[in-house]
Design a protein around this ligand. Sequence first.
Ligand SMILES: [Zn+2]
Ligand SMILES: [Zn+2]
Length: 140
Amino acid sequence: MKKAIIAVAAVATIGFAVWRLWPSSGKQATKLAQRPRLCEACGFRFEGTTEPVMVECPKCKKLAGIRVNVYVCRKCGERFEAFYTKPEDPTLTSIDPMKPPPVLLYKREGGEWVKSRKQLGEIKCPKCGSTDVGPSLPKP
Ligand SMILES: [Zn+2]
Ligand SMILES: [Zn+2]
């Protein structure tokens, strides 16, 4: 009887160890947030709404949280940050369904804000170079 308990405990311990080690053994070094936000004022990263509106930064309290658009490569499965989005109106904090959709601005990291997604050029997977990429929809 005692042996059986030890065996169960051993299996549970090994299982736990595998579970603990598995995520870090993956090739992806950084886990991307589902709804990433970046503060334009202080650079703080946090999770917020997916709506293309401005969000208050929880760190510096400025209305400067822009949306980070995460893409997924359909070839190799890599998740990466493709570009940023913010509304043209820097005071917009919610979407009014009765009004036309807000004008959005787009930017790559280190680039300039442009009025069209197409102006950013082709979005490529940073890992395999494939252009067969698409937006990663956040899990509920
Ligand atoms: Zn901030
Ligand atoms: Zn890829």
